[in-house]
Design a protein around this ligand. Structure first.
Ligand code: 3PG
Length: 208
């Protein structure tokens, strides 16, 4: 089973921007307590690498990946820290080739068929559909995905996904898991509102 197959068993990937590595383990514990031991730690903060490293080392039951991976160096950092997968909002063939070389499963972002075909050419198993709601929502993705069903490519819609529209996304057979910031918001992490994150995770799992 690939790491993206594993993500699909959860159906939801919390997208996380975390400013302080000291919050890494409480955050992981809050998600684990909510039944969602999955996290995309984005390289939008300086702390991302340390956060991934702490979680990977001390909470091995957690499936931790790296998000907003824009460069080869970030892919190297993510893998060295223990990330089991990586994602990006956009697609960059050089970064994809590098990720393949180092053995880091990578899901690039796409918003249309041409980008999707670049991902297929690079052997991607899953892509992020970003920004999912502004780009047209579930009906748009349904139409983009239709001609590629035979390829087996999977999708991770992110951007505007909410608890309310979550079932509409997961109803599409090609959607492996949605992504979203609503489960572990940056301000809740900064404030240490772990019970809020646990409840959000629990509610998300209940809707999958
Ligand atoms: C992101 O920040 O990666 C996505 O845009 C998440 O969007 P959301 O805040 O709408 O979940």
């Amino acid at each position: 089973m690939s790491i993206f197959d594993t993500l699909s068993t959860y159906g939801v990937v919390p997208v996380i921007a975390i400013d302080d590595a000291a919050a890494a383990l409480p955050l992981a514990d809050a998600l684990i307590a909510g039944g969602l031991p999955v996290a995309e730690i984005t390289f939008r903060t300086e702390a991302a690498r340390d956060v991934i490293a702490k979680i990977a080392a001390e909470r091995p039951e957690m499936i931790v990946g790296a998000g907003t991976v824009l460069t080869e160096a970030q892919a190297d950092d993510a893998l060295a820290a223990g990330a089991r997968f990586a994602l990006s909002p956009g697609i960059d063939a050089a970064v994809l080739a590098h990720a393949a070389r180092i053995g880091l499963p990578f899901a690039p972002g796409i918003m249309g068929p041409s980008e999707l075909q670049i991902a297929l050419r690079n052997g991607c198993e899953m892509v992020k559909f970003f920004p999912a709601m502004p780009a047209g929502g579930p009906s748009m993705l349904k139409n983009i995905a239709a001609p590629y069903a035979h390829t087996g490519i999977g999708f991770n819609p992110t951007g505007g996904v909410t608890p309310e529209n979550l079932p509409d996304w997961l109803a599409l057979p090609q959607v492996r898991a949605v992504g979203g910031t609503w489960i572990a918001r940056r301000d809740d992490i900064a404030a240490g509102n772990w019970y809020v994150i646990t409840e959000n995770a629990r509610a998300a799992v209940a809707r999958v």
